[in-house]
Ligand binder design. Structure first.
Ligand code: CDP
Length: 206
């Protein structure tokens, strides 16, 4: 069984995907980490994020970076959002995501294009969203808990810029798949969002 969880930045999709993986006993892949690892690689090399070629080179040897603490920084997230618009980068990361989704027994993947491109035949597809204001507040709390400093208005601007780029790029834009169930977490706390995701997923499993 494959569960695809897509949605915009800080919508709660990562938390929900991890909880679904625990609930159903499935392995989980946060695909945003792959794009962030490419961005971090590029940043550390001093490569140009405006160059698709440089971004493609940065797709090599990212295995050691997927658990790097710098992955969560807003600088890395911003570059990840830019380099993820390049078709060459998306193609370079496609195979490992599809292999993960195709493992025996299934998997849970979260990202932007799981239900549309990576696993279009997923058993369960969730599109998790929340208002940009709520998402900015959550992202701020997350940054603060990691000891990083930020201000709400800046985080809100950043989230909106990211939404704009992720939704309007031509390569695999952030889109709700026709058969994805919508989960708006704006007024739900963590536990309520998880409970609702499990309820929706169980409703899709026959
Ligand atoms: O949690 P947040 O949305 O800030 O970031 P993330 O999920 O770690 O993803 C970082 C960036 O990678 C996003 O802004 C997307 O542009 C990109 N991404 C993507 O294009 N496709 C995916 N499957 C996952 C992430």
């Amino acid at each position: 069984m494959v569960i695809a969880v897509d949605g915009p930045a800080a919508s709660g999709k990562g938390t929900i995907a991890r909880a679904l993986a625990d609930h159903f006993g499935l392995p989980h892949l946060d695909t945003g980490k792959l794009y962030r690892a490419v961005a971090l690689n590029l940043l550390r090399w001093g490569g140009d994020p405006d160059s698709e070629f440089a971004a493609l080179r940065a797709c090599e040897d990212i295995a050691g970076l997927v658990d790097d603490p710098d992955l969560r920084s807003e600088a890395v997230g911003g570059i990840a959002s830019r380099i993820s618009a390049y078709p060459a980068v998306r193609t370079a990361l496609l195979e490992r995501q599809q292999e993960f989704a195709g493992q025996p027994g299934g998997a849970v993947l979260d990202g932007r294009d799981i239900g549309t491109v990576i696993a279009p035949d997923a058993t369960v597809k969730l599109f998790v969203t929340a208002s940009s204001r709520v998402r900015a507040e959550r992202r701020l709390a997350e940054l603060t808990s990691h000891g990083l400093h930020a201000h709400l208005p800046d985080v809100l601007i950043d989230i909106r810029a990211r939404d704009e780029r992720d939704s309007h790029r031509s390569a695999a834009p952030l889109l709700r798949a026709d058969d994805a169930l919508l989960l708006d977490t704006s007024t739900l706390d963590r536990d309520a969002a998880i409970a609702e995701a499990i309820r929706l997923a169980e409703g899709r499993i026959v």
